[in-house]
Design a protein around this ligand. Structure first.
Ligand code: SF4
Ligand code: SF4
Length: 157
């Protein structure tokens, strides 16, 4: 009989149980290390390439972001957004085309941000895309312009 085949005696059994109880007892008084996401926010470095955001005022509907996106995450959508006159002159979007993004398949490659000629699309330090419905993971242009916490509130209702 090898050492590993040996059946433990009652002393070892009791010691094992006590060790388990001691582990549970000591860890019960330690501070929690898990967080309730998304209610509890984590701080990410400002350079984090997290969720895609869209500045509706700066988007000119050129579709470059859709063309460069390597996996079809971005699809252009028609959206009747009324820009203020100053933005309409500087960043006209005559076809009313803006990107929509399926945040569940975005690889955060940053190509869309790099190619955007006006800086309208950016990847920000936010990574809390949490929704109950999978269909809610394709963000409309309007959703892309909002913070995740605002969308989360809407999803819970
Ligand atoms: S970060 Fe990459 S994968 Fe995500 S939307 Fe932009 S181009 Fe597409
Ligand atoms: S987000 Fe930028 S690249 Fe994409 S359509 Fe608008 S202006 Fe063009």
């Amino acid at each position: 009989m090898t050492q590993t085949d040996r059946i433990p005696g009652p002393i070892e059994g009791i010691a094992g149980v006590l060790k388990g109880v001691w582990t549970v007892f000591t860890n019960g008084f330690k501070p929690r290390v898990t967080r309730q996401v998304p209610e509890e926010k984590l701080d990410y470095p400002t350079r984090t390439t997290g969720r895609v955001f869209l500045d509706l005022d700066a988007c000119i509907g050129c579709t470059l972001c859709e063309q460069i996106c390597p996996n079809g995450t971005i699809k252009m959508a028609t959206f009747a957004y009324g820009k203020k006159e100053e933005f309409e002159k500087k960043y006209p979007n005559r076809r009313q085309l803006y990107p929509s993004v399926d945040v569940s398949i975005c690889t955060h490659c940053n190509l869309c941000e790099e190619i955007c000629p006006t800086g309208a699309i950016t990847l920000e330090a936010e990574v809390d895309e949490v929704h109950f419905e999978r269909g809610n993971m394709r963000y409309t242009p309007l959703m892309l312009s909002k913070k995740e916490s605002e969308l989360w509130e809407g999803d819970k209702k």
